[in-house]
Structure formats: C-alpha cells, structure tokens
Design a protein around this ligand. Structure first.
Ligand SMILES: NC(=O)c1ccc[n+]([C@@H]2O[C@H](COP(=O)([O-])OP(=O)(O)OC[C@H]3O[C@@H](n4cnc5c(N)ncnc54)[C@H](O)[C@@H]3O)[C@@H](O)[C@H]2O)c1
Length: 314
C-alpha cells in the first residue's frame, strides 16, 4: 500500500451500492469522501464507517457544483428503483445529467479518473437478447421511465464526450440489478404483470469487486461494460424464492405491468469476463440469503424506515 492514501470521492455513497463500495475502499486504505443528499440513501448505511480516520461524509446534492480535492471519483448518485426515480422525475434527470456535468467538470479540473454507474436500463425494452454493449437499445424517450433511462444515456454521452474532447480517464459500467424488503416486513409482495418478465440479479460483493477491477484497469478500458449476473430469473420465481428464504407469509399481490417495463433483461458479460478476469461467483440463493440478512439488520434498526419497496429495478 502506498504511504499517501488515495483520495476517493463516492457520490451516492450512503446508498446500497455506494455504502458497500465505501466499505471496500476504506478497507483497502483509501481516504474516502462520501457525498449524498440522503434522498434514498441513509446515514445508517455508513454509520459504522464514521469512526474511521479515513472516512468522512458530506451532505450535498450533486446537481450543485462541488469543490473538493480528490484523485478518483465514483459517480453513483441517483435513485435506482422505479418508485424512487419516478417520484420526482425532473430531479432524476437533473441528478443524472447536471450531476454528471458537475462531476466531470470536477474530474477535468483535478485530472481525476472518474467512474459512472450506468445501467442496463439504457437498453430499454430490448429486441436483442442477451444484450451486448454494442446494442443501442430500445428506449421510449417520453415514457415514465425515460427520466432514468434517458438521463443515464445522456450521462454516458457526456462521459464519452469528456473522454474524446478533454482526454479524461473514464470508466462506464452498466450495472444490472432488487424485492426483499416487503417480504421481511410481511407486507404483500407486489408483482407487476404475470411475473414472467426476467431480470438478472448479481450479489453486491461480486459487483463491487468488478467495479474496483474496472477502475484499476488500463485507461483504454473505458467501457461501457455490462456488469451483472447473466443468470436470468423470472420475477415470479424470484418472489417465491424471497418468500421461501425469508420464511415470510407475505401474500403476492398483482398489479398491471407498468408502461415500458422491459420483458427481458439479461446482460452479456463476455467483455467484462475477458477484460477483468471476473465473473460473479455467488449463486442466487446464497446472494439472496446474505442480502436478506443485510436488509433484516437495517429494518431491525429502523422498522418502517425509508427503505420501502425494493421493486425490480434496472
Ligand atoms: N442497484 C441496482 O440494481 C442498480 C442497477 C443499475 C444501476 N444502478 C446504479 O447504481 C447507482 C447506485 O444504486 P443503488 O442501488 O445503490 O441506489 P440507492 O438509491 O441505494 O443509492 C443512490 C444514492 O444516491 C443518492 N442521491 C440521489 N440523488 C442524489 C443527488 N442529487 N445528490 C447526491 N446524492 C444523491 C441517494 O440518496 C442514495 O444514497 C445508481 O446510480 C443506480 O442508477 C444500480
């Protein structure tokens, strides 16, 4: 380990992925600044890190400029599930687009390497399956999911324009995919449509490992790179599994399929495997068991807290 710790900014650091990333970065000896406006994230997610000498948290909304000195930036700030990103769609687009502009501007000034948490939602409702990175997607630009999908697409555009125009060191990952909390609360699990739509679920530790490897990869490895688990599971199967693993007596309630809900979602991770010598190693059942334990602890701390529906996200 170098004597001088690397200074790393994590936006959205109090969120689900961000807090796990902060934990890994602190553990590897980095000096971590977590920035979050706590819209969906929680101080509880990073409370255990606050006593660490190399961790600090700042309440800040990335749609406003930020002036700090760091060596690397991980841009994760953005609500990730439909319920949350559709709550204030204008703010979602602002977070993705203006947030990206602010973080890229900061990276340019500091000559810092910058990572973007993009999403497989950029593929929309795909007509190609599974989706390789070269697939350009099938997104409705005016639908209720567009604030997120198009926001993230525009953020990718900005990242690649800063790369071409300003030689910035960029990394763009398209993260693939969540449900558990309702079952833990014994609340009805909401299933949209007939539940036959598929998603691919990756355990958080596997994903963070890939994110760190991508950041450490040579600078020509800009991405976009699909990061996720290529094992496809129908949403109905997942609901049954979550109920079985939580021992919940939650009933399943059905709601109509939301507009533009993708029928299939499965990343092609061939490129990630070749580039990063990585693939997810945690089977779905193990990953779910550990994720359930995580949310159980969180909910135990604050029953009825803000982590309400974790609907099927990107
Ligand atoms: N979890 C997934 O399955 C998934 C899939 C694809 C992409 N992603 C992307 O990964 C990132 C993290 O996702 P997550 O699952 O941890 O979601 P999350 O909602 O748990 O975390 C997002 C964090 O960003 C913060 N935030 C939102 N708007 C902000 C703003 N304007 N300024 C500062 N902070 C803000 C929230 O408070 C929260 O802490 C997101 O960018 C998301 O789009 C996640």
């Amino acid at each position: 380990m170098s004597i001088v710790a690397k200074r790393v900014l994590v936006t959205g650091g109090a969120g689900f992925l961000g807090s796990h990333l902060c934990e890994r970065l602190v553990a590897q000896g980095d000096d971590v600044l977590c920035v979050d406006n706590y819209f969906t994230g929680r101080k509880d997610n990073v409370a255990h890190l606050l006593g660490e000498a190399h961790f600090e948290a700042l309440r800040h909304d990335i749609t406003h400029p930020l002036f700090v000195e760091v060596d690397e930036i991980y841009n994760l700030a953005c609500p990730a599930s439909p319920i949350h990103y559709q709550f204030d769609p204008v703010q979602t687009t602002k977070t993705s687009v203006i947030g990206a502009i602010n973080m890229l501007g900061l990276a340019k000034r500091l000559k810092a390497k910058i990572f973007q948490a993009s999403t497989s939602e950029v593929y929309g409702d795909p007509s190609l399956h599974p989706q390789p990175e070269g697939y350009r997607g099938n997104v409705n630009p005016i639908g209720p999911r567009a604030c997120y999908d198009e926001g993230k697409r525009c953020a990718e555009t900005l990242f690649f324009d800063y790369f071409r125009q300003h030689n910035l060191k960029i990394r763009v990952a398209r993260v693939v995919s969540n449900f558990i909390v309702q079952a833990l609360k014994g609340a009805p699990l909401t299933l949209y449509g007939d539940g036959s739509q598929t998603r691919a679920f990756c355990f958080v530790d596997d994903l963070i490992e890939a994110v760190l490897r991508l950041m450490a990869a040579p600078d020509h490895a800009t991405g976009p790179l699909n990061l996720g688990n290529p094992q496809e599971t129908s949403v109905a199967e997942l609901a049954e599994l979550v109920i079985a693993l939580t021992g919940s007596r939650s009933p399943i309630t059905r709601r109509p399929l939301p507009v533009d809900d993708p029928a299939q979602r499965c990343p092609d991770i061939t490129e990630a495997t070749a580039l990063l010598a990585w693939q997810p190693t945690t089977p779905l059942t193990d990953g779910l068991t550990r994720t359930i334990a995580y949310f159980d602890r969180l909910l135990g701390n604050r029953i009825g807290g803000t982590a309400s529906t974790v609907a099927v996200a990107a």
